[in-house]
Design a protein around this ligand. Structure first.
Ligand code: HEM
Length: 199
């Protein structure tokens, strides 16, 4: 047995394993690929999450660490997806990420970027609804430069950053908070009053 420390990204994977399982179950419970109405709600949650994170994807200090950060944001793709399906663009929902520290922001971005891995599975299901990376499911499409490559580059940057012990806690907190937020948005869009039906 070696006592070598695990990489930061591995620790993030470990601490978000249970929230990810739970979210995966919650998404599947709503069967977003069974009907277009359910898909529109799921897409609305994705749009809201990405729209909230736009402030992080465009933050100069974070772009200094990751030069391609703005292109990684999927808010515009999710918006175009909503427009493809003639679904309304939702107003912001209170409780989104608010002025996180740099390390906390990286935790949120870790979750958003990681969700592109699951998207590889989801886009295959979206085909049944006649959706694709050019219509209605753009936000689940393969990122420019490749899904696996983009993730590897992101993880390498996260792993190589010098962080203080306090910042290590902050990045963990950010990742956990991001899962909580997606959950809250999922509940919001599937609440009976949510106006997310296609026109
Ligand atoms: C908002 C955040 C996230 C959401 C909504 C999400 C959603 C999902 C869903 C629904 C699946 C199941 C796909 C299927 O079986 O058809 C999935 C799978 C997957 N997700 Fe996520 N995910 C998120 C974040 C992450 C993160 C942070 C990572 C990695 C660090 C990740 C990695 C994966 C991988 C590798 C799979 C495929 C195989 C597996 O279940 O392990 N996801 N995700």
């Amino acid at each position: 047995m070696t006592t070598e420390a695990i990489r930061r990204s591995q620790r993030l994977n470990q601490i978000t394993h249970a929230p990810h399982e739970q979210l995966d179950k919650a998404v599947k419970a709503h069967a977003p690929f069974e009907t277009l109405a359910s898909y529109c709600r799921f897409l609305t949650a994705q749009y809201l999450f990405q729209a909230e994170l736009k402030t992080l994807y465009t933050q100069p200090l974070l772009i200094e660490l990751m030069t391609d950060l703005p292109e990684r944001c999927r808010a515009e793709q999710a918006k175009a997806d909503l427009q493809d399906l003639k679904a309304s663009i939702p107003d912001p929902v209170t409780g989104g990420v608010d002025a996180p520290s740099l390390a906390e922001a990286l935790g949120w971005l870790f979750v958003s970027e990681g969700s592109k891995l699951g998207a590889a599975f989801l886009i295959k299901r979206a085909v049944a609804l006649n959706l694709s990376d050019t219509f209605g499911a753009r936000h689940l499409g393969e990122p420019a430069g490749g899904r696996a490559e983009g993730w590897k580059r992101f993880v390498r940057i996260i792993d190589d950053l010098p962080l203080t012990p306090e910042q290590e806690h902050e990045i963990d907190r950010g990742a956990v908070a991001a899962f909580e937020r997606f959950n809250a948005l999922l509940q919001h869009v599937y609440a009976p009053t949510a106006e997310t039906e296609p026109a």
